[in-house]
Design a protein around this ligand. Structure first.
Ligand SMILES: *Cc1c(COP(=O)(O)O)cnc(C)c1O
Length: 405
């Protein structure tokens, strides 16, 4: 299939916007992606045609909403090659999924046992584990990274022992774009009997992970970074783990029977889905997956790889510009700084020219500490970005450099 970029851009109404008098160049896709019309229509259709609470009502609307919600669960299941639909838990997003698992492990971890996290984690994959270790007396250890922004796998192997119970690592670093070798990480962890949770928030917009092949214990992601709505995401867990973990929240929908003496919990997945969920979000997460699969991840990856190579080459040609994160295996994220200029100032000037980038520590302060920098400018590209937009970024960065130096 030829990649018809103009046709794809036409699917995203927001890309026609002007910002500060310029056509929008949206390069903050690692924070959240834009939404195609198929997803926007899905939301409008739900709220205007069959909005109702699910799993409860006997009436038609409730049936329709329940069917669409459960169908979306199947879409998520198929997309990620998951064996059982009940091991797909709808969450409010990656952060929720991680907290759910971390909370569950408070009852399974013992003092003296160890938890490994990577040095390039998002804060949402550090803080819950610190809280878990404080509660249980388990020890948090860090898998370090090198200057290119790759995990030091030889140190990882040394850190693993019979004391290791859990390993947490992101599939792709949101600050650097590094694709971590999660296949190897999972295999090695399993050799010592440790479970692995992979944070896929940054990966899933760029690739289609096969969770069955990966043999991962837990995988979490958010819909909003892959063309879906905000406030919804997925937690996948192996059945035996999800059955072992206690519920995270108590409330409606997650119970089988309630008396004041004792409550028995509902079967999976409802045990982890207390209260009225983000029904529209779940259904339209499914619509986002349909949309992405229609384009196809092979086409997306090929196009983004080209865009990344072009943007990297162009940025590198700017004198005094340094790129952070130069691993050979990368998604289309470029973190950089201009010598002697604060990233925030660069971001502000780019915005004046209609270019949206992220500046700051990208919720990954340990990475910034590693490089001894306050933050970076991060340009993150999606399959709907173009070479012309890269060119606009380059000339705007050059302009900012002249103004600020
Ligand atoms: C965005 C992101 C998160 C947090 O996702 P939420 O949707 O805000 O919960 C966690 N980890 C990584 C790697 C991310 O990119």
């Amino acid at each position: 299939m030829a990649f018809d970029i103009q046709k794809i851009r036409d699917n995203f109404p927001i890309l026609k916007r002007q910002v500060n008098g310029f056509p929008l160049v949206y390069l903050d896709n690692a924070a959240t992606s834009q939404k195609p019309k198929a997803v926007i229509d899905c939301l409008v259709n739900y709220y205007s045609q069959y909005n109702a609470n699910i799993h409860r009502g006997v009436h038609t609307l409730s049936q329709e909403a329940t069917d669409a919600y459960e169908q979306a669960r199947r879409k998520v299941q198929n997309h990620f090659s998951i064996a059982y639909p009940e091991t797909v838990i709808f969450t409010s997003g990656t952060t929720h999924g991680i907290n759910l698992v971390a909370h569950g492990f408070t009852t399974l971890l013992k003092k003296g046992e160890e938890v490994l996290v990577s040095a390039m984690e998002h804060h949402s994959n550090i803080v819950p584990w610190q809280m878990l270790c404080e509660k249980t007396g388990a020890k948090l250890k860090v898998i370090p990274m090198n200057e290119q922004g790759e995990l030091r796998m030889e140190v990882y192997s040394e850190l693993l022992s019979s004391k290791t119970r859990l390993v947490f690592v992101n599939h792709v670093s949101n600050a650097l774009g590094t694709i971590n070798p999660i296949e190897t990480i999972i295999q090695k962890a399993h050799q010592v009997g440790a479970a692995v949770l992979v944070d896929g928030a940054q990966a899933c917009a760029h690739m289609k992970p096969n969770l069955k092949l990966l043999d991962v214990d837990f995988y979490v992601t958010s819909a909003h970074k892959m063309c879906g709505p905000t406030g919804v995401g997925m937690l996948y867990g192996k059945k035996e783990w999800l059955e072992k973990l206690p519920p995270f929240q108590g409330g409606g929908e997650m119970i089988k029977e309630v008396t004041f003496e004792k409550t028995t919990y509902a079967e999976l997945p409802h045990k982890f889905e207390a209260g009225t969920p983000n029904i529209a979000g779940g259904i339209c997460f499914g619509a986002a997956l349909d949309y992405l699969n229609h384009i196809g991840f092979d086409a997306i990856t090929a196009y983004e790889t080209e865009l990344l190579a072009y943007a990297t080459q162009q940025l590198q040609s700017i004198e005094g510009l340094k790129i952070f994160g130069t691993a050979p295996q990368k998604t289309s994220v470029i973190s950089f700084n201009l010598e002697g200029i604060h990233p925030y100032d660069v971001g502000t000037i780019l915005d004046k020219m209609g270019i949206a980038v992220r500046t700051g520590h990208h919720c990954a302060q340990p990475i910034m500490d590693f490089y001894h920098i306050p933050g970076t400018v991060r340009a993150s590209f999606a399959f709907y970005n173009t070479k012309e937009e890269v060119d606009r970024l380059i000339s705007a960065v050059k302009k900012a450099q002249k103004m600020l130096r």
